[in-house]
Design a protein around this ligand. Structure first.
Ligand SMILES: C[S@@+](CC[C@H](N)C(=O)[O-])C[C@H]1O[C@@H](n2cnc3c(N)ncnc32)[C@H](O)[C@@H]1O
Length: 217
């Protein structure tokens, strides 16, 4: 059973922790917003987001008039409830008729979507492979789930994954299921330190059979 905590720090930032482990705050959110901006700029209209968090990815998506529908999968019901009752900012997001929040594991929520039904999937449920808050989320970055995502995307669709660090292994997993893989470094200011977060994107799902027999480039 996970314990989810929200607190206002002495520097004024709102901070989310799960089982005592830092998940995110609202000070540096450029990479969460870029995750959304990236798929908007690629022409997506119907998007599934893994991880509601403090709602920055969702807000960026809903801020675009080009977005028709956003499904959000959030594991922890407390976070959705806090956003609904005003404990967390974002009640306006949940009231947007284009937004549909489902409480559940993103792996189950993606698997329940019809095949070839989404333009993009944005995954920001954990810190990326190698820096997990929830050990179960290791599966999110492995080929079985990435193939499941690819199969739910329309031709030319995109799977964009937030990560604390670039990952050769994750690039390879994406490369096996998509025509193109792009890696974007997002400069972030972490309390005075210049660092980067990363968005790894697979575009153009190959389809299971093609993905397995594709010749090396
Ligand atoms: C880093 S936060 C997401 C930040 C979000 N992009 C934003 O803009 O605020 C990660 C979120 O994913 C949720 N989460 C973790 N594992 C999950 C899973 N397997 N399925 C769905 N949600 C998950 C966490 O509870 C948390 O709300």
């Amino acid at each position: 059973m996970s314990e989810v905590h929200l607190r206002r720090r002495s520097d004024g930032a709102l901070e989310l922790r799960v089982n005592g482990v830092f998940v995110m705050d609202d000070l540096e959110t450029s990479s969460e917003r870029l995750l959304a901006r990236h798929v908007i700029d690629l022409g997506s209209r119907d998007v599934l987001v893994g991880g509601l968090g403090l709602g920055f990815t969702l807000r960026e998506l809903l801020g675009s008039p080009d977005i028709d529908r956003v499904r959000v999968a959030e594991l922890h019901p407390e976070i959705v409830q806090w956003m609904r009752d005003g404990t967390l900012p974002g009640a306006d997001l949940l009231a947007d008729p284009r937004a549909h929040v489902v409480v559940g594991d993103v792996r189950d929520v993606v698997a329940s979507q019809p095949l070839a039904s989404l333009d993009a999937i944005c995954l920001d449920v954990d810190n990326g492979p190698g820096f997990l808050v929830h050990q179960d989320n290791a599966a999110v970055y492995r080929s079985t789930f990435v193939e499941t995502c690819a199969a739910r995307l329309r031709a030319g669709g995109h799977l964009a994954i937030w990560s604390m660090a670039d990952s050769v292994e994750l690039r390879a997993v994406l490369d096996a299921s998509f025509e193109r893989v792009t890696v974007t470094a997002v400069p972030v200011d972490l309390q005075g330190r210049d660092e980067h977060y990363w968005v790894l994107t697979g575009s153009g799902p190959l389809g299971g059979r093609v993905a397995r027999v594709r010749a090396p480039a």
